[in-house]
Design a protein around this ligand. Sequence first.
Ligand SMILES: [Zn+2]
Length: 434
Amino acid sequence: MQFWNKTIETMPRKEIEQLQLRLLKELVTRIYEKSHYYHTLMKEVGVHPSDIISLEDIVKLPTMNKTDLRDNYPDRLIIADPEDIIRYHVSSGTTGKPTVVGYTKNDIENWSESLARSFTSFGLGKRDVIQVSNGYGLFSGGLGMHYGAEKLGAAVVPASTGGTKRQIELIKDLKVTSIACTPSYLLHMAEVAESMGVDFRNDTRLGSAILGAEPWSENTRRHIEDWMGIKAQNCYGASELSGPLFTECNEQDGVHVWGDLCLVEVIDPKTGEHVGEGERGELVFTMLRREALPIIRYRIGDISEITWERCACGRTHPRLQRVAGRVDDMIIIRGINVFPSQVEHVLGEIEEVTQHYMILVDSDGALDKMTVQVELDPEAFTDNILTLRAIRSKVAGALKDTLNVRVDVELMEPGSLPRFEEKAKRVLDRRVRM
Ligand SMILES: [Zn+2]
């Protein structure tokens, strides 16, 4: 097993937490002294840097979210001196003003360090050729991966997005061993390669892909790995945290979040209280070493869970499970949180149905009623009522097991449900609110 920084990556939890506390104290002192915004905010909620005595005291600090970044456009939250800023990334966002993230030299250094550790954890090193097919430019994906791969000492092919045939030729000709891109782009690339007569298994040296920047599932992972004969690694990040930042190791059992760079909390999105370890909730990030733009208790809107259990690879830092959904997508059925991604996962496991589905939520008296409409697989399509009943109870049973709520299932004819070209809207909440 290779490590980039073995001392830090295998540090006992207690030592990581001691380091986190020291860094948190320094960070809070820094923002209190240097940021007019934070100074005022901390005074308002009545917290002083000296109130941070243990890690639990982090809850005394206010949380922030994307709106705070937007409202302070372009640089009102930046605390570094202008001469120390060496880069800006800007995310356009689908609604409202863009958000700007500034970086000092150390910020870029820590970002690259984080990725170099992650790349090493699934076997990449100096001999590798990494094609970065994430967008370069204001978007932080391409340059982030680029600097991480260079730090590792690998050779970088800065392909950026588009020109798929050329990308495939580069993979072949430059003996690319790993590619960073979105899962949907990789699938598209695999299709184009087939049409060109290029077989990823035999005609290239591609061994892994670093995939992120959009939600994807374990089913998609298996599909990619079987089809292309590569390891598909999940990568986590967000433009506010620096773009791509952490990946899974070879074990593919959660993303290693480097605790000496980042402190992650998991809260109940409704109450804001911490949930127990291994319980699902909204992720809240504090970037402990950020110099230019402080990211403190940042509510990112992703729902997931973390564990501190030591990974089979020997790394001790907390591991983040695959994102289960967005806070905005969460549906509450009879007090239980349900995510469309869970439904999708269950349907993906059942052969007789497809991934075309709709979730309908209605009021049934004072209670909530959830119905999942799903298209039958053309192969399973029949008019035999007994067969259909059996499929329906199989789907309903599997959904109940995963969601912990009773679900009505309606089987639909193949091709009868809406198709979505862009962002799918699969939830129809028709509940009457009193
Ligand atoms: Zn691991």
